[in-house]
Design a protein around this ligand. Structure first.
Ligand code: BYC
Length: 333
């Protein structure tokens, strides 16, 4: 199938205007749009963009932590990290499946990623310099993912929302394992505590950038929120993340690297400094510390896996041939 090939809709002979009205009413009632329902092309395109980027982020997101699997300090930590990275592969697969219900092909989406025509989260373009980074990714990056993705469980597109339910459960577990690992390191030696603080210093601002540009510079937000694909604005979710993380940092005994960070009793929320939005734009455009390396690795994995895909297709063809001849003979396949 080619990219964005239209999926047949159950229009039932209704005109465009009536279909649009039904769609709007479904959204207004907070009900789900399902793959066979008619949907405006803009809605479909927005979802393909977001769900594909999300899937790519999960798959590319395996790399920064995956680099530490062979260097984890104990068998227990290795097993935990292995399982976490494997979960991320699973998330990518659910999300590619959700994207396919919109009439795109996963192989095509992968091509678009490798050719730089589709994005993935900026956060995965930063290097993991020490094992403490693995813990901080669990705490910050999975923590940010939870803030961003729990509302997506109520997203208006059924397959995306349902994929999010399981993903969020697993992300919560990931966040706790990261935090538990950091707790262990903070109870260790002075050198371990310094490693944790150094990782916190490097990952804090990029984690705030995961939520996207500020609301007044977020071209897609208004439309996506009207369609209830996104339920909250980028700034609102960023604020929730800060409010959630500050007490956790205090308990852990680390300092978040923002001199402007303080409780604002009037707002009942934390005030905090401004991320470097130029840096976010540079990283999104491909000029982050690890962009080239991440895409190169993804390309190599894709090329190395070609024989597996060919074998799977050949196996499926053989099986369906057998099933066909079995059925002709009246034998259960
Ligand atoms: N990085 O109008 P805006 C994970 C782009 S993986 C890169 O606000 P929107 C995990 C944006 O795409 C979690 N690009 O856009 C995995 C748009 O460009 P296009 C990944 C970004 O869509 C492994 C332009 O900037 N999470 O959790 O309304 C280990 C303008 O932005 C970024 C998701 O994918 C960025 N940070 O809002 C551990 C969540 N920010 O497409 C953990 C689902 C913005 O117009 N996605 N851009 O060319 C979303 O919620 C939304 O798409 C965003 C952006 C909040 C990210």
């Amino acid at each position: 199938m080619t990219a964005e090939q239209a999926v047949p809709s159950a229009a039932g002979g209704a005109g465009e205007e009536e279909l649009q009205e039904r769609f709007d009413a479904t959204i207004a009632r907070d009900q789900r749009i399902e793959p066979r329902d008619w949907m405006p092309e803009g809605y479909r395109r927005t979802l393909i963009r977001q769900v594909a980027q999300h899937a790519h982020s999960e798959i590319i997101g395996m790399q920064p932590e995956g680099e530490w699997i062979t260097r984890a300090p104990s068998l227990r930590r290795k097993a935990i990290l292995f399982a976490k990275v494997q979960d991320e592969a699973g998330h990518g697969l659910y999300l590619y499946s959700a994207a396919e219900t919109l009439g795109v092909d996963r192989a095509d989406l992968t091509e678009r990623l490798i050719e730089g025509r589709q994005k993935y989260s900026s956060i995965f373009n930063y290097p993991t310099l020490s094992f403490a980074d693995v813990g901080v990714i669990g705490w910050f990056v999975d923590g940010a993912a939870i803030c961003n993705q729990v509302p997506l469980c109520r997203s208006s597109y059924g397959p995306y929302a349902r994929a999010m339910v399981r993903i969020c459960k697993e992300e919560s577990f990931h966040q706790r394992q990261g935090y538990e690992m950091l707790m262990t390191m903070m109870r260790g030696t002075e050198a371990q505590r310094e490693m944790v603080q150094d990782a916190v210093n490097r990952w804090w601002w990029p984690s705030l950038m995961m939520f996207g540009p500020p609301d007044d510079n977020s071209p897609n937000s208004a439309r996506s929120m009207a369609w209830k694909i996104k339920r909250h604005s980028n700034d609102e979710l960023r604020q929730r993340f800060v409010d959630m993380t500050v007490p956790q940092a205090e308990k852990l005994g680390v300092t978040l690297p923002d001199p402007e960070l303080r409780w604002n009793a009037e707002r009942g929320r934390h005030d905090f400094g401004t991320p470097d939005w130029d840096e976010l734009m540079r990283v999104i455009k491909g000029d982050g510390p690890c962009n080239a390396e991440r895409i190169e690795r993804r390309r190599a994995a894709h090329e190395d896996g070609a024989w597996v895909r060919e074998a799977a297709v050949a196996h499926a063809a053989k099986q369906s041939g057998r099933a066909g001849s079995g059925a002709e003979r009246g034998v259960a396949a």
